[in-house]
Design a protein around this ligand. Structure first.
Ligand code: PMP
Length: 398
């Protein structure tokens, strides 16, 4: 008998499963809208010019690769603090932000989760319903009981904000609340600035622990605009967690570049928190890899390169928005009678299209258009060549 006889086959990752099915599909018109990746108008994964330039510079003076410090490249961590809180902001100037370089946004969430498990072992975690698939699994795996707060309102095609607020108000003190800072994945619906104020008031009144997941800063309305929610939490005098991902905003998915920042009450407290974050890192993977962090630091800390990045990021943002409008117009032109203009009120990479599971399965099987069964489509994978086909295919299943 093998020692692995009792090992069960884990369920397939639903998105990776879609990718496999897509790869095997012989339909020449097939379109993959299941992914969480930005493609340019030629359907290609972009290599940003700012990244290429930084890498070319690095190649001119090749260096040996020692271990990084446990919390990563100092210049990188400082750049993250500047981006998330503002370089001249009070939290950064006073040194009360503890930031670590993480292995992607996922790594930032995991390091935060491990630290929180030690700090508040009995706390519950609340995530949005629905949320990025990995939130539940990641916090469960860190040892937490994970519940959800209402978020998507299918009938309204928007956020069930009253439900969300009621759930926060009913949560016991110390509950960890995972909030999408911008560009909600999977729905594409964000709450308004005024609603954020209400969320923050509830978090403060009920003594909840906010954990902002910022995987798309700059993909929604702009770098500062998308980061504004962080300023609101700062202004409210709260301590909180922010995970950052550069996977999308730098198109550096495979380099695994992210961060975790924890806003503390004082510089001295931040030093203690940082020491514990380092324990979480040390016992998981010891220290982060160099390349992605070095590239991002080289871009963010150089004004000319940073300007190029901001321009390239804006181009991605604008292209996604243009695709939303084209989708709405194209669906109407293809004969869809129902009002699909909600697609342009959504923001970021994704659209909850409102299509049913049956419609999504038909789209896949009959037309080779791949989205998730929940109706989520990646608008950032649409382009001027596939948009008409996608609109016509959707029109046939609606
Ligand atoms: N949070 C959310 C909401 C995401 O959508 C993603 C990426 N799909 C992540 C975190 C993880 O980002 P990364 O790929 O950098 O680990």
């Amino acid at each position: 008998m093998s020692m692995f006889t009792a090992v069960e086959m884990a369920p397939r990752d639903p998105i990776l499963g879609l990718n496999e099915q897509y790869a095997a599909d012989s339909n020449p018109n097939k379109v993959n809208l299941g992914v969480g990746v930005y493609y340019d108008d030629n359907g290609k994964l972009p290599l940003l010019a700012c990244v290429k330039a930084a890498e070319e510079d690095m190649m001119k003076t090749p260096t040996a690769r020692g271990y990084l410090p446990i919390d990563g490249i100092v210049a990188y961590d400082n750049a993250v603090k500047g981006l998330v809180f503002g370089a001249d902001s009070e939290p950064v100037r006073s040194g009360r932000v503890a930031t670590i370089q993480a292995i992607g946004g996922t790594g930032g969430l995991k390091v935060g989760a491990d630290f929180l498990k030690k700090l508040s072992p009995n706390a519950k975690v609340l995530i949005s319903d629905p949320s990025w698939e990995n939130h539940r699994a990641l916090f469960t795996n860190a040892g937490f009981v994970v519940d959800s707060y209402p978020y998507y309102d299918a009938a309204k095609r928007g956020v069930n904000f009253d439900g969300m607020l009621a759930a926060l108000n009913a949560a016991p003190a110390g509950t960890i609340v995972v909030l999408h800072a911008c560009c909600h994945n999977p729905t594409g619906y964000d709450i308004t600035a005024a609603q954020w104020d209400q969320v923050i008031a509830a978090v403060k009144a009920k003594n909840l622990t906010p954990f902002l997941d910022m995987a798309y800063q700059g993909f929604g309305h702009g770098i500062a605009e998308d980061g504004a929610v962080v300023g609101k939490f700062v202004d409210a005098g709260l301590s909180f967690f922010v995970s950052t991902s550069f996977s999308k905003s730098f198109s550096l998915y495979g380099e695994r570049v992210g961060a975790l920042s924890v806003l503390c009450e004082s510089k001295e407290e931040a030093a203690r928190v940082l020491s514990q974050l380092k324990i979480a890192i040390r016992t998981n993977y010891s220290n982060p890899p160099i390349h992605g962090g070095a590239v991002v630091a080289a871009v963010l800390n150089d004004p000319a390169r940073r300007a190029v990045w901001e321009k390239e990021l804006a181009e991605m943002r604008v292209r996604i928005k243009a695709m939303r409008q084209k989708l709405v117009d194209g669906l109407q032109a293809a004969g869809v009678k129902q009002d699909m203009s909600f697609i342009t009120t959504q923001i970021g990479m994704f659209s909850y299209s409102g299509l049913t599971k049956d419609q999504m399965v038909r789209l896949r099987n009959e037309f080779g258009v791949y989205g998730t069964d929940t109706g989520r489509m990646c608008v950032a994978a649409l382009n001027s060549k596939n948009i008409d086909y996608v609109c016509q295919s959707i029109a046939k299943v609606i």
